[in-house]
Ligand binder design. Structure first.
Ligand code: SF4
Length: 81
């Protein structure tokens, strides 16, 4: 006999997803309860900020412009040849 997905997640003590998870591709919808297929405890995943496996939310990248000395860059490039 094969256990249903709901039983599968519930038996492994998976916690339902939280509001912040809405929209994530890793959500599995089992009846009226939604679980995360990757984490047992989605709330804990968001506790310290963004969930790093969220497919719908990405951390903002702060691009820092690095000043490059053209002379050194040219030397580095010629060394690689
Ligand atoms: S991967 Fe992260 S954001 Fe997505 S459902 Fe799981 S805990 Fe939520």
């Amino acid at each position: 006999m094969q256990a249903s997905e709901t039983t599968k997640y519930a038996n492994r003590s998976f916690q339902p997803i939280i509001d912040k998870c809405e929209g994530c591709d890793r959500i599995v919808d089992e009846g009226s309860v939604k679980y995360c297929r990757t984490y047992k405890d989605p709330e804990a995943k968001w506790h310290l900020g963004l969930c790093n496996f969220a497919t719908h939310a990405k951390p903002e990248l702060n691009l820092v412009k690095v000043r490059v000395n053209p002379l050194k860059a040219s030397k580095r490039a010629s060394r690689r040849k």
